[in-house]
Design a protein around this ligand. Structure first.
Ligand SMILES: [Zn+2]
Ligand SMILES: [Zn+2]
Length: 359
């Protein structure tokens, strides 16, 4: 099934033609739990990885055998999924209690190479906003699931670009680390439903004048709503609390959805390729190429939620009846930073080292 983002509630470029210069496309990935084939774009593999090529490993020195067993993480998610809407059975409870964070692989030394986790693979034919080195049509993303790397103590991300036509026999089975530092560093296998959308630059990065105009326009929208509320012909008093509640519910249902630039008109939520980076938790930070200084847009955004209350207008049409389903809202189960992790690459030369940013 495809996934379709509803049209934006307002044509913001019609209201602010200057925004056309701050438009970019993004490809929402719309991951949903399922198992893809190596020949398909996916989250968490399997990858189109040549049988005769070494799998990427983390060679940083850090504890590698202590954490959560990947098998436990997957079993816990399956149990929680199956038990949704009912109590755990005794057997489920026993299994869940048996899963602990600890040293599960004592023989794994800090300096041993550790297979990295397959996180995503994206084919350019599915994801038009993938910009890689000339002639490469497949991006494969890995990370080491321990938040201990670099000065910022984060996961370590590795990108591999390849020409898919050059891959012969595919590696099977595919390696993975036995343990992850935190459960939320482990993605659940998903198929993806790429969909291209239009985004506009993060509000705080627009020219000041444009920011102010948009701010005034948003205030105007709020005033209109208030006036509508005053015009309401409903009585000011109610015989019973139930009547009052019913009247409030009815007026809420009639109210136009509140629209604002940040939530509805600029940046899409969820996993995506391309587009803009949101800086709603910190001030915007420049992300420049460490090699040549070119500003680096986000290539891949890894998000905890595909959609939340604030970004409700982005919920795909096909998921309208499942807006509370964790398999729609948080299908991948990854939580990095405070909900968002971006991999930025250099537009001047995609082989320059990438950088990460978090929100
Ligand atoms: Zn590592
Ligand atoms: Zn560069």
């Amino acid at each position: 099934m495809t996934r379709t983002t509803p049209p934006r509630p307002v044509d913001i470029e019609a209201a602010f033609p200057a925004l056309a210069r701050y438009r970019r496309t993004a490809t929402r990935l719309h991951p949903r739990q399922g198992t893809a084939k190596p020949e398909e774009s996916s989250v968490a593999g399997p990858l189109l990885w040549p049988a005769d090529e070494p799998w990427p490993v983390c060679t940083a020195v850090h504890p590698k055998g202590t954490g959560h067993l990947l098998s436990d993480v997957r079993l816990r998610r399956r149990i929680q999924d199956e038990a949704r809407g009912r109590d755990f059975t005794e057997e489920e409870r026993r299994l869940l209690d048996g899963m602990t964070r600890g040293t599960h692989v004592p023989e794994l030394r800090d300096e041993d190479p550790l297979p990295m986790l397959a996180v995503a693979q994206l084919y350019a034919r599915d994801v038009p906003d993938l910009t890689g080195p000339e002639g490469h049509d497949l991006l494969q993303v890995f990370w080491c699931p321990f938040e201990v790397h670099g000065t910022e103590r984060t996961i370590a991300v590795e990108l591999r670009w390849r020409r898919s036509a050059e891959v012969g026999a595919v590696l099977a089975p595919q390696p993975e680390p036995p343990v992850a530092g935190r459960e939320e560093c482990v993605p659940t296998s998903c198929v993806v439903h790429p969909e291209r959308v239009v985004e506009h630059e993060y509000l705080g990065l627009l020219p000041e004048e444009l920011q102010e105009e948009i701010g005034e326009w948003e205030e105007g929208l709020l005033d209109e709503e208030d006036e509508d509320a005053y015009d309401s012909s409903s009585p000011a008093s109610y015989a019973t609390y139930e009547e009052y509640e019913a009247a409030m519910a009815a007026s809420r249902a009639q109210e136009p959805e509140e629209v604002d630039y940040m939530s509805d008109l600029s940046i899409a939520p969820g996993w995506k390729a391309g587009g803009f980076a949101s800086w709603h938790l910190t001030d915007p930070a420049p992300v420049d190429c460490p090699e040549c200084g070119t500003p680096m847009p986000p290539l891949l955004t890894v998000a905890t939620v595909e959609c939340d209350g604030a970004s409700r207008s982005w919920l795909p049409v096909e998921d309208r009846d499942a807006a509370d389903d964790p398999r729609v809202i948080d299908p991948v189960g990854v939580y990095l930073g405070r909900g968002l992790m971006r991999v930025h690459t250099c537009p001047a030369d995609p082989t320059h080292p990438h950088r990460l940013s978090f929100q």
